[in-house]
Design a binder for this molecule. Structure first.
Ligand code: SF4
Ligand code: FES
Length: 354
């Protein structure tokens, strides 16, 4: 690595990549058990689903199907300037080195919640993660990753049961061979011992979610869970009227104290970071997940909402708040500063009538 110039330093972005195998025409399912599972009477999970208030909807969660494909790890060593984020690095890689690298983002400012991934094993947003905060010397980066592995599930890794996955992982820093059928541009061996090299940042898809490609997790299930619990105001519809019957007031008035009870919760951006941090949530099959429950807490705490009892009943289920084990890992990285674990506990006490 020569002179980087302009006060630049270098960082190696290590990406856990995935490309799905194309579906074969006419193939009904990747699992020989799927047809049995779809028969309600033959599956022990079917009765659990149907006893749930979430289970009878046409948009009820579908059994999670694991996608087969190629998995490998790829290193990209690039120049970075002070203050750049990990998202900046990925954009630079995509524009200049490897257009096949797939990740999701939109606002770039911590507002949309679309770019949650695991950085060095910790679920967080790409656009708010500073390179200087996450770059670790090679040895530490591996250490962080392995200790994180104990805390967080690695999405779609062979260890999470995807025995059919065709795995081809290259963690050798000196070799950047691209596996699979991608046309990624191989990089020169990273000079990780160069004095201006900040270290390694390891990126993987959000834990607990199926992977669509590279760093893009499938969040459909999470969005369906949030939607199923009616994340909108259920007010009494009674607006003040004038003597001649016209609507006199277009707002449901609230005191500042009443607003304060749910204002922070209304900042949730459904990023899924809390779900990716939760050791119970795994695609939402056994647990509706903290993001959907935060959406419920937001309306339960809203003085204008008239459906608190109905909402509490809807989450007092085996796969609702009852599944929460109060681990509170969900609180660690919420980009909106919500103490998710505490909100889960508050919901538990409300459901129990404490
Ligand atoms: S509670 Fe926080 S971490 Fe969870 S989805 Fe909302 S913003 Fe993301
Ligand atoms: S890109 Fe919108 S939150 Fe990061």
């Amino acid at each position: 690595m020569g002179d980087l110039g302009g006060g630049a330093t270098a960082v190696t972005i290590r990406v856990h990549r995935f490309t799905a195998r194309p579906e074969r025409a006419g193939r009904r399912s990747s699992s020989p058990f799927a047809s049995k599972a779809s028969r309600a009477s033959s599956s022990p999970f079917a009765s659990r689903r149907s006893s749930s208030p979430f289970g009878d909807s046409p948009s009820a969660p579908k059994p999670r199907r694991r996608t087969r494909g190629k998995r490998w790890t790829q290193d990209y060593t690039i120049a970075v300037h002070g203050g750049e984020t990990v998202l900046d690095c990925l954009l630079s890689i995509k524009r200049t080195l490897d257009p096949t690298l797939a990740f999701r983002y939109s606002c770039g400012h911590g507002i949309c919640g679309s770019d949650a991934v695991a950085i060095n094993g910790t679920p967080t947003l790409l656009c708010t993660a500073k390179v200087t905060q996450y770059a670790k010397p090679e040895r530490s980066a591996h250490g962080a990753a392995s200790s994180a592995d104990e805390r967080f599930r690695r999405t779609g890794s062979p260890s999470d049961g995807d025995a059919d996955t065709d795995t081809n992982i290259n963690t050798d820093n000196a070799s950047n061979e691209t596996a699979g059928d991608t046309s990624a541009t191989p990089q020169a061996a990273p000079h990780t011992n160069h004095p201006s090299h900040l270290g390694v940042i390891e990126l993987a898809p959000l834990p607990g979610f199926p992977v669509l490609r590279d760093l893009i997790a499938d969040i459909d299930q999470m969005m369906a869970q949030i939607k199923r619990l009616a994340p909108y105001l259920k007010a009494d519809g009674k607006l003040a009227r004038t003597a001649d019957g016209k609507i006199d007031m277009f707002e449901y008035l609230q005191s500042p104290e009443q607003l304060k009870r749910y204002e922070l919760l209304s900042n949730c951006i459904s990023c899924g970071v809390c779900e990716g941090s939760c050791p119970v949530y795994a695609g939402g099959e056994a647990f509706v997940g903290p993001a959907a429950l935060i959406a419920q807490a937001r309306f339960i705490n809203d003085s204008r909402d008239q459906a608190a009892d109905e909402r509490l009943k809807a989450i007092a289920t085996q796969d609702g708040i009852t599944a929460c084990q109060s681990v509170r890992a969900c609180s660690r990285q919420c980009p909106r500063g919500i103490d998710v674990g505490e909100e889960m506990w508050q919901l538990t006490t409300k459901v129990n009538g404490d």
